[in-house]
Design a protein around this ligand. Structure first.
Ligand code: NDP
Length: 448
């Protein structure tokens, strides 16, 4: 008789959990993964994937306008929200199926049930069944945080936004981070009137200020409204189903949809982690060491539930490192340096390495190179929207320590540039590279 039912029991089939399950099974472990909702987790089901498809959908608003300047006879076009929504949801279902197939082909048992931790080696399923495992991996992700105020239940979050019955005419987006800016661009592009409301006086804290300021300026020029230093007082539902959003010192704002995009908190509530002595931090995140091990020796955690870096590719790396270390006899750790990230706003922005402010604080002496230009396509389209590329260089070593950009396809361009920053290349290495002309990316090797 085996000592445990499984070598590994994973709670949560999102990006981190699926990678850890599949790779552990490939290393020979007997694995089960429990998922209370749908295989794929936030990224596939209600995050990166459907969001990016909506971003593409919204961008056609500008593309169809611009096409006329390129000689196309474009008739008046209508937009059909239900068609886009249903096609996106069908694609999500297809990817969910692909994830399920991968798990099944690796002989991972998928348990469609909520699992809670009953002890260091024990999990209880909602059905009442108890399962034992040598190791438990918590990969339950994060959940939208909603600021408390009367009537907050009338708002929705990114969990519900992909399922709206109709495109709302007036949207209030609470928050000014990733989700807020991405959905402001989506709703605006699709034809809604959008107001972004934030508690502070800036957007996208953490990104280089010059780049986020440029997004603010472009978004305002497009017609997106911004309200800063605002606190929600109450949300009232009106007889016609619309909402009135009350804030401090301002007239109430009418809306047909209020989207909360005010951060995401680790999903540990009711998970039973206290039954195994797993310590949490003040945000509710599982505290882990560099090998993803919690304060209980047999319980590990990866991804958003650890609140290190809330990004899919990081969760995947953590899941891989866990599996290789615990079951593959190939111990390694995730390197958290120089993680590139992007916001799929309209236009998108992306960054890697230190911002100018961070570099000045850390290195003291830095050199900044920028290119502020209008993409060729925008010039012909009569679109007065300027891209901005910025390179942050350590003045002592000439090493490029950060690249930040906003403009068409910025995330596509930054991914390649991030390799150079991660590899520690110097500004000279960029200068020595011949430009690929005509492209936007060539600005990176022409910075003066
Ligand atoms: P962010 O952390 O990006 O932004 C949260 C926003 O809400 C900020 O503007 C913040 O204000 C504000 N806020 C935070 N708490 C409160 C509060 N209690 N009351 C009012 N306002 C508040 O969170 P998101 O929800 O946009 O996204 C969650 C995470 O998901 C991101 O951090 C990111 O890691 C990930 N994500 C990544 C994407 C990508 O890679 N493209 C896309 C979407 C999400 P301020 O900071 O101004 O004080």
């Amino acid at each position: 008789m085996a000592e445990f039912d499984y070598d590994l029991f994973v709670i949560g089939a999102g990006s981190g959990g699926v990678r850890a399950s599949r790779v552990s099974a490939a290393h020979g472990a007997k694995v089960a993964v429990a998922e209370e909702y749908r295989v794929g987790g936030t990224c596939v089901i209600r995050g990166c994937v459907p969001k990016k498809l909506l971003v593409y959908g919204a961008h056609f608003a500008e593309d169809l306008m611009d096409a006329r300047r390129f000689g196309w006879n474009v008739p008046e076009c209508d937009f059909d929200w239900a068609a886009l929504r249903d096609n996106v949801l069908a694609e999500v279902t297809r990817i969910e199926g692909a994830y399920t197939n991968t798990l099944e082909s690796h002989k991972v048992d998928i348990v469609h049930d909520r699992a809670t931790v009953a002890g260091p080696h024990e999990v209880t399923l909602a059905s009442g069944k108890t399962v034992t495992a040598r190791y438990i991996l918590v990969a339950t992700g994060a959940w939208p945080a909603i600021p408390q105020c009367p009537g907050a239940e009338h708002g929705i979050t990114s969990n519900e936004v992909f399922h709206l019955d109709a495109l709302p005419k007036r949207v209030v987006v609470a928050g000014a981070g990733y989700i807020a800016n991405e959905f402001a661009g989506i709703f605006h592009g699709l034809g809604s009137h959008v107001t972004v409301v934030n508690r502070s006086d800036r957007i996208l804290r953490g990104y280089d200020t010059q780049i986020s300021d440029r997004l603010l300026q472009i978004s305002m020029a497009k017609g997106i409204n911004f309200v800063f230093n605002a606190t929600f007082e109450k949300i009232e539902k009106q007889a016609d189903g619309s909402l009135l959003v009350f804030m401090n010192d301002r007239e109430p704002l009418p809306a047909d949809c209020l989207l909360f995009a005010t951060g995401r908190l680790p999903n540990t509530a009711g998970l039973g982690l206290e039954n195994a002595g797993v310590e949490l931090d003040e945000s509710g995140a599982v505290k882990v060491d560099e090998d993803n091990r919690s304060s209980c020796d047999s319980i590990f955690a990866v991804g958003d539930v650890t609140n290190r870096v809330q990004l899919t590719p990081v969760a995947i790396r953590e899941g891989q490192a866990f599996a290789d270390t615990v079951f593959g006899n190939k111990p390694h750790r995730v390197d958290y340096g120089c993680i590139p990230s992007a916001v799929f706003s309209h236009p998108p922005l992306a960054g890697v390495g230190m911002t100018e402010t961070q570099a000045r604080q850390k290195l003291g002496s830095v050199k900044i190179y920028t290119s502020d230009f209008r993409a060729m396509k925008n010039v012909l389209a009569n679109r007065n929207e300027r891209a901005l590329y910025k390179m942050v260089v350590d003045a002592d070593t000439n090493r490029v320590v950060g690249i930040h950009m906003i403009g068409p396809d910025a995330p596509e361009i930054l991914q390649a540039a991030a390799i150079a920053v991660k590899a520690g290349l110097t500004k000279q290495a960029f200068d020595d590279t011949i430009a690929l002309h005509p492209s936007m990316a060539e600005e990176l090797v022409l910075l003066k």
